[in-house]
Design a protein around this ligand. Structure first.
Ligand code: UD1
Length: 372
């Protein structure tokens, strides 16, 4: 059994991290600190990898996370520069705070950078969402996952494929904990607390699709991006498409001058949305098209048909059990899947094992040394 921890730093850097930290914080806040065994001190470190109001602060407000204890302001840069800046700044925090564990979530640059710093300082590392593998090393996230899992003392897994992947890489079974999915904890919590004031603009009246796109492989190359946008315009002729636009994607829409073409093609361009307005939008969508990791899981949990605009996924349970379908990145692949969907042939699914809203509680219990 692990020795319990008493002081932890929780690391959040980019948009998809915030939804994963929020339920862990809630579970920590619920601990009965009058019991000496459970006494634990925890601080949130925001690296500043994402910094726009819509990409960062809006999430902290929306997810009721208060203010981070540290904001490292690293901002955007090349991978090497961004990772290095996070490491330098995070080392200072670790030196000052002397935590006995660092909790990192997901697969962004902040995840790998902080895991590396902590481990080299002899601080134990917990990785939430461990073991996912796309086997596609052209994705920066895959490299971040592998590095982080190699260094972590606690490997908190969301789906059974993660256990197999970690065992296959020689990670000890005692470090692997199948706990469920904190992203889904957050989804259920936010759904239950969605108020009328969280509308964030007009809600479409009839059936509609929601699109999100931000992977460099889909967005940064002009030819690929145009192809996906042309497919989107064709889909929107049959089903209006609502498209909250990530800053990386916004840059490409501006560079290619596609804004007019999309607008006239019934594609509704929206700013990047905070969590609650986005949830309000996608929870009632007839179809979600995305290259996000988290949205593949959220649509599976809610039973919404999802087209993943990628060639692979690190989240196979969403395909095997859920509503997710890999449609590739060609216009032909996307449109033929849409034709099937239109003819009523959409995928039904079930909610994967342990996606029950209690993953964060399991994680906290294990960190405190009471694995169950
Ligand atoms: C990062 C993560 C990705 C995650 C995504 C969610 C890595 C390697 N990638 O990708 O895994 O799915 O976040 O959004 O960690 N920008 C802004 N404002 C911001 C943030 C970014 O304008 O607040 C712009 C910058 O021009 C930046 C670009 O968006 O160069 C990309 O941002 P970056 O953080 O490098 O990667 P993401 O594509 O957001």
């Amino acid at each position: 059994m692990d020795k319990g921890v008493h002081k932890i730093l929780l690391v959040a850097g980019a948009r998809p991290n915030f939804m994963k930290i929020a339920p862990i914080l809630r579970a920590l806040n619920k601990i009965d600190q009058t019991n000496e065994i459970n006494q634990i001190n925890y601080l949130v470190v925001h690296t500043g990898q994402h910094y726009d109001y819509e990409m960062s602060q809006a999430f902290f407000e929306d997810l009721e996370m208060g203010r981070p204890d540290y904001f490292l302001e690293v901002g955007s840069a090349s991978h090497a520069v961004q990772t290095a800046k996070i490491m330098v700044a995070f080392e200072e925090v670790c030196l000052k705070e002397e935590p006995d564990a660092v909790v990192v979530v997901g697969d962004v640059n902040s995840t790998a950078a902080c895991a590396l710093v902590a481990k080299k300082m002899g601080i134990r590392v917990a990785h939430v969402e461990a073991g996912l593998r796309s086997r596609d090393l052209s994705m920066p996230e895959e490299i971040n996952r592998m590095v982080t899992d190699t260094l972590s003392d606690w490997l908190f897994v969301t789906e059974r494929s993660g256990i197999q992947n970690l065992k296959g890489e020689g990670r000890p079974e005692t470090a692997i904990h199948f706990v469920g999915n904190v992203m889904i904890d957050n989804l259920y919590y936010q759904l239950a607390h969605l108020g009328a004031g969280d509308a964030g603009g007009e809600k479409p009246s009839g059936p509609y699709a929601v699109l999100t796109l931000h992977r460099p492989s889909n967005v940064d190359g002009e030819e690929k991006f145009r192809e996906i946008m042309e497919a989107t315009v064709k889909i929107a002729a049959g089903l209006p498409v609502y498209f909250p636009v990530h800053p990386r994607t916004r840059q490409q829409i501006e560079a290619t001058g596609l804004e007019r073409r999309l607008d006239s093609g019934r594609v509704h361009l929206l700013p990047a949305l905070p969590y609650k307005p986005f949830l309000r939008l996608f929870k009632d969508a007839a179809l979600v098209l995305t290259d996000s990791g988290g949205l593949q899981e959220e649509t599976t949990a809610l039973g919404i048909p999802c087209f993943t605009i990628r060639e692979n996924t690190e989240r196979p349970v969403t395909i095997e059990e859920g509503t997710n379908r890999l449609v590739g990145t060609s216009a032909e692949g996307i449109l033929s899947a849409f034709e099937e969907f239109r003819s009523g042939n959409s995928k039904k699914g079930r909610v994967p094992e342990l996606w029950d809203g209690k993953a964060a509680e399991r994680i906290v219990s294990i960190l405190l040394g009471n694995p169950g």
